[in-house]
Design a protein around this ligand. Structure first.
Ligand code: CO8
Length: 261
């Protein structure tokens, strides 16, 4: 029996798939679900046999339809701030997992759902997906870092338009503005996410993880500091067996057999 009431988690061939599973509420993020996700991320963080993570939602309609509105309705200002801080910390943990994380967005990604998708590294989305930050229609701002990650992904002007209007956009528009990496037919969503995971998994794992760290850390630094950080991670690669194997294989005109070491 699963130890989670609101999540499914399975690992196949080094790919860990987290399915947010609260279909009655379109997978809305309540406190129990976020607590379970937080605990699961601690497990994944320590388990390097999980090389890639995919995050998706159960059912055909929704990835995540936001934070749970019924739970937030009567919150005080202090409770709202604490709830926001908790969600932010869970998404920061997800974003800074060493393993690459792919969001397979199967339907509504609204409010906290859009924020969850943005905390993932790459977004593969079903043509049925819908994105938006409708918080201003509820009298709040985004609280799980949407005001920060959205402009970093799509630029200040587009982010402000979405944030101020609360408009919901379809998958093609999300692709056009850079919120989605790729749009696929609904039935091809998980195969496409798994194919991408397999491709990334076939590369040198330490180098991939260091690319992730360099991009994430670099975006919070000035260019000079980011470039200096890159020099450090680049140097570190030369201490890995996979660097020796990758370059030797090139010279010997064969395919590299990486070990992740
Ligand atoms: N919270 C709680 N329940 C929800 C949510 C939600 N976010 N979304 C859907 N549900 C529930 C509905 O209440 C309904 O329950 P029931 O069957 O018991 O009435 C069930 O899911 C199915 O939903 P609908 O009947 O509404 O399905 P529709 O297909 O008609 O509509 C929509 C789908 C368009 C997705 C619609 O459900 C909707 O608009 N949902 C709310 C979307 C939204 O506004 N999300 C943003 C929430 S705010 C947020 O995420 C802020 C994040 C940061 C918080 C920080 C706080 C400090």
């Amino acid at each position: 029996m699963s130890q989670y009431n609101n999540l499914l988690f399975e690992v196949n061939n080094g790919i860990g798939t987290i399915t947010l599973n609260r279909p009655k509420a379109l997978n809305a993020l309540n406190c129990e679900l976020l607590t379970e996700l937080n605990n699961l991320l601690d497990v994944i963080l320590k388990d390097q046999s999980i090389q890639i993570v995919i995050v998706t939602g159960s059912g055909e309609k929704s990835f995540v339809a936001g934070a749970d509105i019924t739970e937030m309705k009567d919150m005080s200002a202090i409770e709202g701030r604490n709830w926001g801080k908790f969600g932010q910390s869970v998404f920061e943990k997800l974003e800074s997992l060493p393993q690459p994380v792919i969001a397979a967005v199967n339907g509504f990604a609204l409010g906290g759902g859009c924020e969850l998708a943005m905390a993932c590294d790459i977004r593969i989305v079903s043509e049925k997906a819908k994105f938006g930050q409708p918080e201003v229609t509820l009298g709040i701002t985004p609280g799980f870092a949407g005001t920060q990650r959205l402009p970093r992904l799509v630029g200040k002007g587009r982010a402000k338009e979405l944030l101020y209007t609360g408009d919901v956009i379809d998958a093609q528009e999300a692709y056009r503005i850079g919120l989605a990496n790729k749009v696929v037919p609904a039935e091809e969503l998980m195969p496409a996410a798994i194919a991408l995971a397999e491709k990334i998994k076939s590369r040198a794992a330490v180098a991939v993880q260091l690319c992730k760290a360099a991009v994430n850390k670099g975006l919070n630094m000035d260019l000079e500091s980011g470039v200096a950080y890159e020099a450090e991670v680049f140097g570190l690669c030369f201490a890995t067996a996979d660097q020796k194997e990758g370059m030797t294989a090139f010279v010997e005109k064969r395919k590299a057999a990486f070990t992740g070491k």
